[in-house]
Design a protein around this ligand. Sequence first.
Ligand code: AP5
Length: 210
Amino acid sequence: MNLILLGAPGAGKGTQAEVISNTLNIPQISTGNILRAAVKNGTECGLKAKSFMDAGALVPDEVVIGILKDRIAEDDCKNGFILDGFPRTVPQAEALEDMGVQIDKVIEISVPDEDIKARLGGRRVCESCGATYHIEFNPPKVEGKCDKCGGNAVQRKDDAPETVIDRLKTYHEATAPLVDFYKGKGKLTTVYGQSEVSETSKLVLEAVNA
Ligand code: AP5
């Protein structure tokens, strides 16, 4: 099954993509994670992406489309995948169609902007393995340390409050039109993000299995 998770920054796409990935045994493809790894490794693509990401802006379509195309051509994607953070613009969605990729379902996770600001302000991410925490809703057992690998759990640069406001603006302008794009194709289900992660997971899995 080929799935897309849509939603504002911090809506819980990454959290829910991991749940679906473990349940259906298909890979989670997060363009944000791929780009952050490229920045960390200082690759040419990472150098191009860094300033956009730090400012809460979108990386140019041609860079991200190239990354995605290479990733879905890998062997582990042959039985399906979950796209987390792609597409983020209508041209990216059209590029997916041009590649001949059939999307089975698009699940939008809808969360009010005010809740997003609280979630991202408290988010901490492991520098080593990428596991996510929230200082209030889902804290690591030892403050600042990842439960899974013991790495440092830190705040992402783009989770600074002023950058979160810019990311939300970008979302409403460039990405939210994809809701109508996929609704028009009869593929969209909207799930309202709940205050409990497990409650949202239940709704997301119901939407996947519907
Ligand atoms: P990316 O990494 O994709 O960032 P994002 O969409 O802004 O998404 P996040 O990872 O911030 O949030 P999420 O929805 O995954 O939420 P999470 O599960 O972590 O992209 C980063 C940057 O890369 C972009 O700004 C852009 O520059 C670039 N980029 C990436 N893809 C691109 C593309 N296609 N085109 C162009 N540029 C691209 O949850 C958030 C927090 O909330 C966590 O702390 C979590 O614990 C908590 N939480 C989750 N669910 C709940 C719940 N139900 N209740 C309470 N807390 C919850």
